[in-house]
Design a protein around this ligand. Structure first.
Ligand SMILES: *Cc1c(COP(=O)(O)O)cnc(C)c1O
Length: 400
């Protein structure tokens, strides 16, 4: 018998706000009704604001983020096309694997896990590609397995510096809507996300923003696609309809979650993720533990991957957290199994929830054999949060 809240401290699916859950509890409706566009057309408009694009088009495929990956690649590339990718965690690894399965000719740079997109290697390879054989460059914006955020703008800069014309693909599944992402400013051609991370929804929507240049590439790309055909989707989307049955409940939830994001302000949402993440990081630092991310510039504001001390098995930390304290932490994926546990800090989250995550993690770590003083991490995070609260206290600001 479990009492109280089940704490979900994984980096997706994230906590769904009560108002979003309620918004999805509506009767089934006619997806071909004349007023169906009243629900869907506004979603496209607001998703464009989320991706920060005016010129791009946004699509929602029933499926998870992985479906949006497949849609992006099959619509704009042809078998045998050379593509530049890098691998530094389980998600970037899976992206490479999908590209290979789809018959692309992948140039993959392996980076130690904990690093980010190797911008200078990209620069070297793109400069040497004078015949423009590389058709696409891939960036995993936020590697959820290692808690590493990479610099998309820097990749755009090196592409511009050598006037390379490849398409720029970005996996933003665990960043878009939580971490600064600028489709138009960075001239991203295909940006991918899913519903169950920053958007605070159940899984089920693979969301994709595409540039005009990507749509041009789609006109001639020969990879096989049927369900994911952009043209079918875009043609029907014009008037708010879909080529097959869309998950209407999720659209109602998305309406509410976008309303929440824009009521808070996208910039404020991003700032909140940073503030909350920084508190978690200070807690981890106070424990004397290291993050998987190898440099502070790479720290992710949506997930922290924590290396456990020698002699401690991270799987025990996760098991104890779940069995004794109703708390789910993210596991160490693939080669990080046992070495790392992750705290997801994205979506519908506040200071108290982060402090709960740290305090349960402290107990689980100690029980798993780590030498950590109770309250050390929690105290460090409290100091940080209390300072932030004072700085942004509306009463105090009004008084000053
Ligand atoms: C979660 C995640 C994915 C996979 O998304 P699914 O919705 O599980 O298919 C891909 N990339 C990153 C960076 C992720 O965090």
């Amino acid at each position: 018998m479990r009492t109280g809240t089940n704490h979900l401290f994984i980096p997706g699916p994230t906590n769904v706000p009560e108002t979003v859950r309620q918004a999805m509890n509506v009767p089934m409706q006619d997806m071909r009704a004349p007023d169906f566009g009243d629900l869907t057309l506004g979603l496209f408009t607001d998703l464009k604001r989320l991706f920060r694009t005016d010129s791009g088009r946004v699509m929602m495929f029933p499926g998870s983020g992985t479906a949006a990956w497949e849609a992006a690649m099959t619509n704009t590339l042809s078998p045998g096309d050379r593509v530049l990718m890098s691998r530094f965690g389980q998600f970037s690894h899976l992206w490479v694997e999908m590209a290979e399965r789809l018959g692309l000719n992948v140039v993959c740079i392996d980076v130690p896990w904990g690093g980010g997109v190797p911008v200078s290697d990209y620069a070297r390879i793109l400069e040497a590609d004078t015949r423009g054989e590389i058709k696409a460059v891939f960036v995993t914006h936020n590697e959820t397995a290692t808690g590493v955020t990479s610099d998309v703008a820097a990749v755009r800069q090196v592409m511009d510096a050598c006037r390379h014309d490849a398409l720029l693909f970005v996996d933003g599944v665990s960043s878009i809507g939580s971490v600064d992402f600028r489709m138009d400013d960075w001239r991203v051609d295909l940006a991918v996300t899913g519903s169950q991370k920053g958007l605070m929804l159940p899984a089920g929507l693979g969301i994709l923003a595409v540039s005009g240049k990507a749509l041009e590439a789609a006109a001639t790309a020969t990879s096989r696609r049927a369900y994911f055909e952009f043209r079918d989707m875009l043609t029907l989307n014009e008037t708010g309809y879909f080529p097959y049955t869309p998950p209407t409940q999720l659209f109602h939830g998305l309406r509410k979650s976008l309303d929440r994001i824009f009521a808070e302000g996208l910039d404020n949402v991003i700032a909140r993720h940073h503030r909350l993440a920084e508190g978690v990081r200070r807690g981890i630092h106070a424990w004397g533990l290291d993050l998987c991310a190898e440099h502070p510039l790479l720290h992710s504001d949506t997930v922290s991957a924590i290396r456990v001390p020698e002699g401690v098995d991270a799987r025990d930390v996760i098991r104890i957290g779940y069995a004794r304290y109703n708390a789910s932490f993210g596991s160490g994926l693939a080669r990080l199994a046992g070495k790392v546990f992750r705290i997801g800090h994205l979506g519908d989250l506040n200071e108290g929830m982060c402090l709960t995550a740290l305090s349960i993690a402290e107990m689980a770590l100690v029980e798993a054999g780590a030498r950590i003083d109770f309250g050390s991490g929690v105290g460090a995070a409290q100091s940080w949060y209390a300072k932030g609260a004072a700085a942004s206290d509306p009463l105090r600001m009004a008084a000053e």
